[in-house]
Design a protein around this ligand. Structure first.
Ligand SMILES: [Zn+2]
Length: 272
């Protein structure tokens, strides 16, 4: 390996180590090495965790890919995740919220279009905006656990740590909405591991993947988002969009047309 190659490798390892930090809106696996764009929240901007909930921990030895590790967990997922609805109808999912600006606008749009969706919620945001979780549930949408702090590397942690994280997130959601059903778990960045899938199943949640990803977190134009969704969609697609993690004006602007076209071609169903 050249000197330069070694530096690049070291940077990659470093990026993976900090991958557990807040990295909103960066769901695709390949995005974890990309620097956050302007306006993206950083870890230091996040609220402190309430008592009894796990806080993001500095990377420990278990996260370090070394020669000793017999089988480094694969982070190239998806592993046994649900990527299709099971019928012709497609489903919409919104990640990284609730967000005080964008989630209400997305909810307004869904209501106007008579569409129900699934919201993949981040625990720290639920803690800040419980009323938005209440509105999501009140308006008939489905809930999905998206970890406490959007930890991209959660799946590489010991099972007990994964479980504590998911339970804390569910607890926070149910603090906002007592008895809320949380049917799904979506790993941040799609960085699924067998352990993450196993723990989520043990907690009664289905590992929720996706089939259509317009990369809206990269802030393309609303027309690009619309075109990508329509071009990628097929019967039964699960569409990944973002209501949280940054300025979602383009996603919002694309949504009426996306909803109209998907409804016409396939119908839009709520995941169950
Ligand atoms: Zn996410």
């Amino acid at each position: 390996m050249t000197h330069r190659g070694a530096i690049v490798s070291a940077l990659v390892v470093l990026a993976l180590l900090v991958g557990g930090r807040w990295a909103l809106g960066r769901d695709p696996v390949e995005t974890i090495l990309v620097e956050p764009g302007p306006g993206m929240p950083v870890a230091t901007a996040s609220p402190s965790a309430p008592p009894g909930t796990p806080t993001p921990t500095p990377p420990g030895p278990t996260a370090t890919p070394t020669a000793k590790a017999p089988k480094p967990p694969t982070a190239t997922g998806p592993i046994e995740t649900r990527r299709l609805t099971g019928s012709k109808k497609v489903a919409l999912t919104f990640d990284d919220g609730p967000h005080p600006t964008w989630t209400p606008k997305v909810l307004d749009l869904l209501r106007r279009n008579g569409v129900k969706a699934t919201f993949c919620l981040v625990g720290t945001e639920v803690h800040q905006y419980p009323a938005l979780v209440q509105r999501i549930v009140r308006e008939g949408h489905t809930l999905c656990n998206h970890t406490w702090h959007h930890e991209l590397d959660l799946g590489t942690k010991p099972e007990a740590e994964i479980r504590a994280n998911l339970e804390a997130t569910n607890r926070e959601i149910r603090r906002a909405v007592p008895g809320a059903k949380i049917k799904f778990f979506r790993h941040p960045g799609g960085m699924w591991t067998a352990a993450a899938v196993k723990v989520s199943r043990e907690l009664g949640m289905t590992a929720l993947g996706w089939d259509v990803d317009p990369l809206d977190w990269k802030k393309p134009s609303s027309e690009a988002i619309r075109t990508r969704v329509i071009n990628q969609a097929r019967p039964g697609s699960i569409v990944l969009l973002h209501d949280g993690g940054g300025d979602r004006a383009a996603t919002l602007a694309a949504c009426p047309s996306i909803m109209g076209e998907l409804k016409r071609k396939y119908g839009i169903a709520l995941l169950n």
